[in-house]
Write a new protein. Sequence first.
Length: 119
Amino acid sequence: MATIMLVDDIAFIKLVQKEVLEKEGYEIVADASDGVDAIEKYKKFKPDVVIMDITMPKLDGINAIKSILQIDPNARIVVCSAIGQHQLVIDAIKAGAKDFVIKPFEPQRLALAIKKALK
């Protein structure tokens, strides 16, 4: 079973993601509310996939992606963010994100992004 860490500053979003992904058979091993916390928890839990928001306090998702990939170049990160701005999508992919899911997300789209990241 693949392990997942959820990173979002909105608790409700993480709750919905957790419900969707547990139904798909994934184990949520950690969650974080900002980029700084995400980096520390990534080091501790080494999840198979990280679901990362972009706009968060302390450290945004793009910089958190860069930091996690410095720790583990093989990290698999999927961005899930409400921001539909074209440039942020490009920045996230350039930073190393495997996929980008726009909130509000369809449960099957999030599940597909995880499957894609695990390949």
